[in-house]
Every structure is written in structure tokens, then in C-alpha cells.
Design a protein around this ligand. Structure first.
Ligand SMILES: NC(=O)c1ccc[n+]([C@@H]2O[C@H](COP(=O)([O-])OP(=O)(O)OC[C@H]3O[C@@H](n4cnc5c(N)ncnc54)[C@H](O)[C@@H]3O)[C@@H](O)[C@H]2O)c1
Length: 371
């Protein structure tokens, strides 16, 4: 997305820094540039060329270490856009320097790491917000309102299908990608975490999960395909399907059914609104666009996240997705891995300990020959 030099800035703006200038860092820079309550002060990457290129585009300062960025007094908030398994450490560094944090998804990849970063922000009195841009999409918000308002009656099923394509080249584009140590998982922890967060946001927490995660196609450490059956706390059942190994790759599909009505959405747009007495136009427009190309993302959702955290700082309120809210999807994904490792065992989400969830991954089987 090109830098917009025409955006009207509010009187009070929050000075912002971006940590990590890889794939998603530039989306944050564009979002900050475009937000009315934020201004981009500096960008940071340990790879000098990446920081320089982004700084040049937005005419801001480039620095090459987090320490240098955090030492800048005109920065009040930072976006953490580094590999997922570094989010906790980088957020803690920022919090100790008194900076508010907008952290990319997943919040981190382990329960203990997420607890540490949330505690550090609380202790430092800074705000911690997590990026889940699907929650900012108008149709997804409308689905949640209808479901939580009881318009579908007694909830029966809540499903999310994320059947994506990611190429070998994508996986080779960073040595942290698809590793247990830094990506924390694959099709679910990296790509699928978006839809899983959305499902939990709409349906509420999961009571029990039983799952299989496998590495079927890609030459990676982690799962490229997973299926899970869940029972929500509200009694409804649901399916979670995630893959990065199908061709051509499809937009995320969300399906919520109750005994009185159903809603189905694809790519963040409603395709079927079967709610008694209501008509909603189905646009069918794909608002996500990343089914087979991770770089096809626009900055619209990120701009809303930046604007929300900036306003939360100015008004001294909670951001819309506080750090603690980012824990739920990661916890469920880790429970899915645990279930898979135990042959599809049913995991009781209220009883399982963070220590059990934090054990290393499932190291899924490669099926080289299927037939
Ligand atoms: N919200 C979304 O839709 C979305 C999309 C893509 C990525 N992400 C998330 O963003 C994060 C980054 O993903 P990416 O695809 O941009 O990765 P990337 O590898 O393209 O970029 C990460 C950057 O961080 C830099 N970095 C690493 N350690 C650093 C340090 N100590 N100080 C400064 N810079 C450092 C790397 O040099 C690299 O340029 C991941 O957590 C990912 O899950 C979110």
C-alpha cells in the first residue's frame, strides 16, 4: 500500500516505531502513516537494508537495534513485527522502556512466554494490544453481534475452514518459518491462528478438543495440515480445519449454525445470512485475499489496530484486543498439538496445565508415499 501523505492527523498523535521490517513490518508502517492518531518516527531491523528501505519510503529514521529504537524519546508505542517466538522478549524490552506495544499475532508461541509479556506490560503500566485483523472486518463484527445476541437460537455448530496454499519458496524465505522454536507450529499457529481467534471471539471458549495435525506435503518441521473437533463451553460443537498445502488455496470460511438460523462468511464477507426476519446483502467480496499469497494483505485492518491503540493511550482505556485476549487462540492451538501427539485424545481445556501445553511440539509424521 503506498504511503498516504494526505491523511489528516489529529491534534494529538502517538509517536510510533516498528520493530522488524520483513513481510508485515511495512504493513504496520503504512497503517501508522495512514492513521490519524499516530505518526511514524522510526523503523528498526537487524538487517540494515530492510530498515533503510522502509525508512526511505516513509521518510523516517532507520535504526538497526531494538535498544536504539527504544531509546528514542519521541516514540511512545511500538509495533512488534519480529518472528513469533521473539514477541515476548521484544515486548518485555519495550515495556521496560515505557513503550506501549501493538504485537503481531500470535501473541507468542508458548503459554509461559505470553504470561511473562502480559505481566511485564502490567508492571510497567503500558498497554499491550494484539493484532487479529479479521476481528476488525465489518461483516465478522456483524456475525458476532448476531450470534451473541441470540439471533441464531441455540448454537449447534461453529466451524472455521482455512484451506490455504503456501509455497516451498514462502517457507524458504526465512529460516525461522515453520520451526517449532520460532514459528511455534505451522498451518495453525502461523496462518490458522487468525480464524481460530475469530471463531473463539464469536462462539466463546472451548471446553474440549480432539485433533490430528500432520505434515503431509511441505518439507517443514511443523504441521502443514490439521483437523480438530471441539466442544464449546456453551455446548455447541465445531470443526477447525487448517492447511497450507492445498492447491489453489481458498479464502477462510466461517460457518455458524443454530436451531433458529445460520450465517456463513467467506474471506470476511457474508455469503449467507439466514437469520429469521432479517436480510443482509451478501457481497461475496474477498476482504482477506491471502488464500495463496501472504503478501496480498492490505493495511486496512492494521490501520484500525493502530488507531485503536493510539486512542486507547490517549483516552487511557483498554485496547480492543488486549494482550490477554491473544492468549486464547494460542492455548487452543497448543492443545490441538497435544491432542494430536496423544493420538487424538480429548483435552479438557480447563484442566490442562500450561506446563503440559508448553511441551515441545508434535513432530508430525511425513507421509512420503500415500499410494
Ligand atoms: N497479521 C498478519 O496478517 C500477519 C502477516 C504476516 C506476518 N505476521 C506476523 O508477523 C511476524 C513477522 O512475520 P514476517 O512474515 O513479517 O517475518 P519476516 O521474517 O518477513 O520479518 C521479520 C523481521 O524481523 C527482523 N528481526 C528479527 N530479529 C530482530 C531484532 N532483534 N530486532 C529487529 N529486527 C529483527 C528480521 O530481520 C526480519 O526482517 C510473525 O509473528 C507473523 O506471524 C502477521
Amino acid at each position: 500500500m503506498p504511503a498516504s501523505k494526505t491523511t489528516k492527523k489529529s491534534q494529538e498523535t502517538i509517536g510510533w516505531g516498528v520493530i522488524g521490517c520483513g513481510n508485515i513490518g511495512p504493513t504496520h508502517a503504512a497503517a501508522i502513516e495512514d492513521a490519524s492518531s499516530a505518526r511514524l518516527v522510526a523503523v528498526c531491523d537487524v538487517i540494515k537494508e530492510k530498515a533503510d528501505a522502509l525508512a526511505e519510503k516513509y521518510k523516517c529514521k532507520a535504526v538497526y537495534s531494538i535498544e536504539e529504537l527504544l531509546a528514542l524519546d519521541d516514540i511512545q508505542a511500538v509495533s512488534v513485527c519480529t518472528p513469533s517466538g521473539m514477541h515476548s522478549a521484544h515486548t518485555i524490552q519495550a515495556a521496560k522502556a515505557g513503550k506501549h506495544v501493538l504485537c503481531e499475532k500470535p501473541l507468542d508461541i508458548k503459554m509461559a512466554a505470553m504470561e511473562r509479556m502480559i505481566d511485564a506490560c502490567e508492571e510497567a503500566g503500558v498497554k499491550l494490544a494484539c493484532v487479529f485483523q479479521m476481528r476488525t472486518e465489518a461483516d465478522n463484527r456483524r456475525v458476532r453481534e448476531a450470534v451473541r445476541g441470540g439471533k441464531l437460537g441455540k448454537l449447534v455448530l461453529g466451524d472455521i475452514y482455512q484451506k490455504y496454499f503456501r509455497s516451498h519458496e514462502y517457507y524458504a524465505s526465512g529460516d525461522w518459518r515453520a520451526t517449532w522454536a520460532l514459528d511455534g507450529g505451522g498451518a495453525l499457529m502461523n496462518q490458522g491462528v487468525h480464524g481460530i481467534d475469530l471463531l473463539l471471539w464469536i462462539m466463546g471458549d472451548v471446553a474440549r478438543v480432539s485433533a490430528y495435525a500432520r505434515r503431509l506435503v511441505r518439507n517443514i518441521e511443523v504441521e502443514d495440515t490439521a483437523v480438530a473437533n471441539v466442544e464449546f463451553v456453551n455446548g455447541a460443537l465445531g470443526n477447525i480445519v487448517g492447511t497450507t498445502s492445498v492447491t489453489p488455496g481458498y479464502s477462510a470460511r466461517l460457518e455458524i449454525h443454530g436451531d433458529a438460523g445460520s450465517i456463513r462468511a467467506e474471506g470476511g464477507s457474508i455469503v449467507d445470512w439466514s437469520v429469521p426476519g432479517e436480510e443482509v446483502e451478501a457481497t461475496g467480496e474477498d476482504k482477506q485475499g491471502t488464500a495463496s499469497d501472504p503478501l496480498a494483505l492490505t493495511a486496512t485492518g492494521h490501520k484500525r489496530h493502530v488507531e485503536d491503540l493510539a486512542r486507547a493511550i490517549i483516552e487511557d482505556r483498554e485496547p480492543e484486543i488486549p494482550g490477554r485476549d491473544g492468549v486464547r487462540a494460542v492455548k487452543l492451538i497448543r492443545a490441538i498439538y497435544l491432542s494430536s501427539r496423544e493420538g487424538g485424545a480429548s483435552i479438557d481445556m480447563a484442566a490442562v496445565s500450561n506446563e503440559d501445553l508448553d511441551e515441545d511440539g508434535i513432530y508430525p509424521t511425513v507421509y512420503a508415499e500415500q499410494w
